[in-house]
Design a protein around this ligand. Structure first.
Ligand SMILES: [Zn+2]
Length: 551
């Protein structure tokens, strides 16, 4: 059955009806004529009947004819009704059949469509899952590569082995095999021969630092002896990297075991693994404070945190233009190591040794700026020049810098609050200073287990610290200090790793030591293994460089 046959039937029914309608439709004149003829004939018959002229058989015949006609009319009407009924029923049947067919077809179609869509969705989900797994695998391989570059082969291998299918996927199998092979080629470094170098704040503009029209001779001599220029720092950093020096933390030199009584015990780290042609070194910076005495001498003003959360330095040039950039060791080294991540072991960075008497990082955070009591001359002058000074804001800004520095891998060390020369000081004096350091520096940097003595002093000789005979050591130890550092530029390294402490000598990478090495004043060139001092030494320095200046 189809729509065509249905419309055909429907068409023929309409045609017939129309034909009948045409038959029935007589003009009024025709109808009137027929009625008049029928009446005339009946009158004629009736008249003839009255006159007895119509014979009986004729009348009977006429009656029979009329009856027949009536019967045929009735039959025709009945047939017509039947026909209409049959057609209607046929139509209903056809519609029902069609409805059923359409229902099944549509139902089938919908069902098929649903099945197709479900299949498609399933396939898409499978592809998405595969792509996600592939992306995760690629990300893990890239992440493992980053770990391997910083010599964390165990971390790289563990990361790859945490991936699904790590033992069946070729990329993962190859990467694991490669890192396992590279790790087996590493060698454990002797942690008792690790050098430690340090810098003060970098001179951005030597013309200002060495301006004899502005600064006294002993001031210039001090800057020349203890400071390093940006250009020197860059050359040292690049040459040390090229010569295979890899930055480690002082704590990477040891294994630290926590004891039940809360104390710690140290032993040499026998597992400081680096390639054969790489050598570990430690780095620190002293007095990251931008003291008032630095003003106008071509150093940075203060540290700031940029929009990427990185520590940068604000610098004001000779013309008063203010800019923010890598104007000191910390951001400069961070930028270098971001470009050369294999220059640092497991993301190690340096240590900043902090005093507190002029605040930290160029922020005037010492409590004296808040109370206005016992202010130095330069402090008072500074406060007068900054009438909008807000101590709480200053501490908050400095804390942001400390957090950002730590987030980039740096650690903080105590350098005493007042840049004290510890030699010969009583425990009482040191304790008073320490209390100030804890209250005005550790509140910003956090606590530390490292103390880097100012002026290159120490609290003992080269012999081991002994708490039973050295009350100053006993005091610092009781304050939680386990890592100690002095200055010793006579050797490439000086390391003491003992059960209860770790101590290291540091080499000052500054004008004085470079001059001594370059000029031959020093018996040996302590920088020989690190960099070419003739190449590095900044020709803008006044020479000779002597230690006669003010620190
Ligand atoms: Zn210092």
């Amino acid at each position: 059955m189809s729509k065509i046959s249905l419309s055909f039937n429907w068409g023929s029914t309409m045609e017939e009806k129309r034909r009948k309608k045409r038959k029935r439709r007589l003009t009024p004149e025709e109808a009137e004529r027929r009625r008049t003829a029928r009446a005339a004939r009946e009158m004629q018959l009736s008249a003839r009947d009255n006159q007895g002229e119509v014979p009986d058989e004729f009348r009977e015949e006429e009656e029979r004819r009329i009856k027949n006609k009536e019967r045929s009319v009735r039959r025709a009407r009945k047939e017509k009704h039947q026909q209409i009924l049959i057609r209607a029923l046929g139509l209903v049947a056809v519609l029902m059949v069609l409805t059923v067919i359409i229902f099944f077809v549509v139902n089938d179609y919908v069902h098929d469509k649903q099945e197709q869509e479900a299949y498609k969705a399933q396939k898409e989900a499978e592809i998405a899952a595969e792509e996600a797994a592939l992306a995760a695998r690629r990300a893990s391989i890239a992440e493992a590569e980053k770990l391997a570059v910083i010599y964390d082969y165990d971390g790289a291998i563990a990361l790859l082995q945490s991936q699904e299918n790590y033992d069946t996927d070729n990329d993962l199998i190859n990467a694991i095999a490669q890192y396992t092979a590279e790790k087996s080629a590493l060698e454990a470094k002797d942690v008792t021969t690790v050098p430690h170098i340090f810098y003060h704040s970098l001179i951005v503009d030597p013309a200002r630092a060495f301006d004899s029209s502005k600064w006294a001779a002993d001031e210039i001599a001090g800057i020349n002896a203890w400071m390093t220029t940006v250009e020197e720092f860059d050359k040292i950093t690049q040459q040390m990297y090229d010569n295979g020096w890899v930055l480690i933390r002082m704590r990477d030199m040891v294994e630290e075991t926590k004891n039940e009584d809360g104390t710690v015990t140290f032993s040499q780290n026998k597992n400081l693994l680096l390639p054969a042609d790489k050598h570990p070194f430690v780095l620190s910076i002293d007095d990251w404070s931008y003291y008032h005495s630095y003003d106008g001498k071509g150093y940075g003003d203060k540290a700031v945190v940029d929009e990427n959360g990185k520590v940068k330095i604000q610098y004001t040039d000779a013309d008063g233009n203010v800019s923010v950039g890598d104007y000191d060791v910390l951001p400069r080294l961070n930028t270098f190591l971001e470009a050369h991540p294999d220059g640092a072991y497991k993301g190690a960075r340096g240590m900043a040794a902090m005093t507190g008497y002029n605040g930290v990082f160029g922020y005037r955070t010492d409590v004296a700026y808040k109370t206005g009591e016992r202010l130095g001359k330069d402090q008072a002058a500074w406060l007068e020049a900054h009438p909008d000074f807000d101590w709480d804001k200053e501490v908050a800004e400095a804390t942001k810098v400390a957090e950002a520095a730590k987030a980039s891998g740096w650690e903080f060390a105590c350098h005493t609050w007042g840049h004290l020369s510890v030699t010969g000081k009583s425990v009482d004096t040191l304790a008073t200073d320490q209390e100030k350091w804890q209250n005005t520096v550790a509140n910003i940097t956090g606590k530390t287990d490292t103390i880097i003595f100012a002026h290159g002093n120490d609290i003992g000789t080269w012999r081991d610290y002994d708490a039973s005979t050295n009350d100053v050591y006993a005091y610092f130890k009781s304050m939680g200090y386990n890592f100690y550092a002095n200055v010793d530029a006579s050797n490439q390294y000086w390391v003491q790793i003992r059960k209860d402490y770790v101590r290291q000598g540091r080499i000052d990478c500054d004008g004085l030591q470079m001059w001594r090495a370059k000029s031959g004043e020093a018996k040996t060139n302590v920088f020989e293994a690190f960099f070419d001092v003739n190449d590095v030494f900044d020709s803008r320095r006044p020479t000779p460089v002597s230690a006669t200046g003010k620190a």
